[in-house]
Design a protein around this ligand. Structure first.
Ligand code: HEM
Length: 333
């Protein structure tokens, strides 16, 4: 499932940012000997999440233990080359075709920054990295939690049957009516936020927080995991209980960074700019999957919920899912 979710999100992100599909890299390249961009991006992701000894012990940097630095430089060069080619292609197209029907992110950026290549290329990496791994990880945890909680899974499927029925596919306008599905997504974002430690911030002036003096220049890293499992805020904090978001106490708690007891996307000005896209796609993908398939674990065993250290909070083992179409799954979208 991890592979499917990843390909789906890479497709969404590449389509939005540069108008390409992820798993159609080869053949789209003019030079056949070039590796497909899917392969290069996969490798880039792999090394992006690596923890290097030299990060903790900078004086060992020159040794390049494991040869990671050398490989990372090679992959970065390959990626720069590919993104550079896309940039050229977009510029060529926009000079021929001033009134394109559908603009992707790069088209828009070119119109704004014109000749500045660095500005046009840099957001590519931020958006692809920020948008695909996080959402893939979230879907993987949601599915795993549902497999371990058959009651919640059944309730979500019953809600889909009531709100959407069995004669058609889910569409975007159904999502607002799926309250239990929303509660499931919120509860997953609480228990397994895509990043446990939010991006590092630096204090721009001296301040006092909870009675502690914090001098200007201090690095601040918010521990979302701890906040989201604080027993002073959440009852039975480690339990998966979507119903808590339907109760009068927590019904109003949102994830967009206004309610500080739960900030899976960060808060205030530096919060995640992809909240809208992430929430829309998470609900839509999950609803479509649960509406179309009966899911269970192959041997009836509970799914292992351990995580691994990395750029995002990824599940240590890929979830294995027995998946079979529901009777109504053949209906066209
Ligand atoms: C469930 C999915 C996602 C989660 C949980 C998530 C979470 C986060 C978090 C916690 C941050 C750091 C915020 C902070 O430091 O305060 C962040 C930053 C960011 N996210 Fe997301 N994100 C998700 C999806 C997306 C998507 C779909 C996109 C792209 C469309 C995206 C693009 C970004 C970017 C560009 C930043 C950096 C913003 C900056 O440095 O100012 N994210 N995200």
């Amino acid at each position: 499932m991890k592979k499917w979710f990843r390909e789906l999100y890479m497709n969404i992100m590449l389509k939005v940012v540069v108008g390409k599909r992820y798993n159609r890299g080869k053949g789209e390249d003019e030079e056949e000997e070039t590796r497909s961009y899917g392969e290069v991006i996969s490798e880039w992701f792999h090394y992006l999440g690596q923890f290097l000894v030299a990060i903790a012990l900078p004086f060992l940097d020159w040794l390049d233990l494991g040869g990671y630095k050398k490989i990372m430089k090679r992959v970065a060069r390959e990626l720069d080359y590919i993104v550079g080619k896309w940039l050229e292609e977009h510029r060529r197209k926009s000079s021929f075709d001033n009134v394109k029907e559908e603009n992707d992110f790069m088209d828009v950026l070119i119109q704004v920054v014109e000749d500045d290549d660095d500005v046009a290329v840099t957001p590519f990496q931020t958006l692809i990295a920020g948008g695909s791994d996080t959402t893939t990880v979230m879907l993987t945890w949601t599915l795993s939690l549902l497999l371990n909680n058959p009651y919640a899974l059944r309730k979500a499927q019953e809600e889909l049957d009531t709100q959407v029925g069995q004669d058609r596919q889910v569409n975007e306008s159904d999502i607002k009516n799926l309250c239990y599905l929303h509660a499931i997504v919120k509860e997953t974002l609480r228990l397994y936020p895509a990043t446990f430690l939010n991006a590092t911030k630096v204090c721009t002036k001296d301040c006092t927080i909870a009675g502690y003096h914090v001098p200007k220049g201090t690095w601040l890293i918010v521990n979302t995991w701890k906040l989201h499992r604080d027993p002073n805020i959440w009852q039975d904090p480690c339990e998966f209980r979507p119903e808590r978001f339907l109760s009068p106490n927590q019904r109003g708690v949102d994830v967009i960074g206004m309610d500080f007891e739960m900030i899976p996307f960060g808060a205030r000005r530096r919060r995640c700019p992809g909240i809208g896209l992430a929430c829309q796609t998470l609900h839509m993908v999950l609803a479509t999957l649960l509406h179309n398939f009966v899911i269970s674990t192959p041997n009836g065993e509970p799914v292992d919920m351990s995580a691994i250290a990395g750029l995002t909070n990824a599940k240590a083992t890929p979830p294995e899912v027995l998946i079979s179409p529901c009777l109504h799954a053949t209906i066209d979208a």
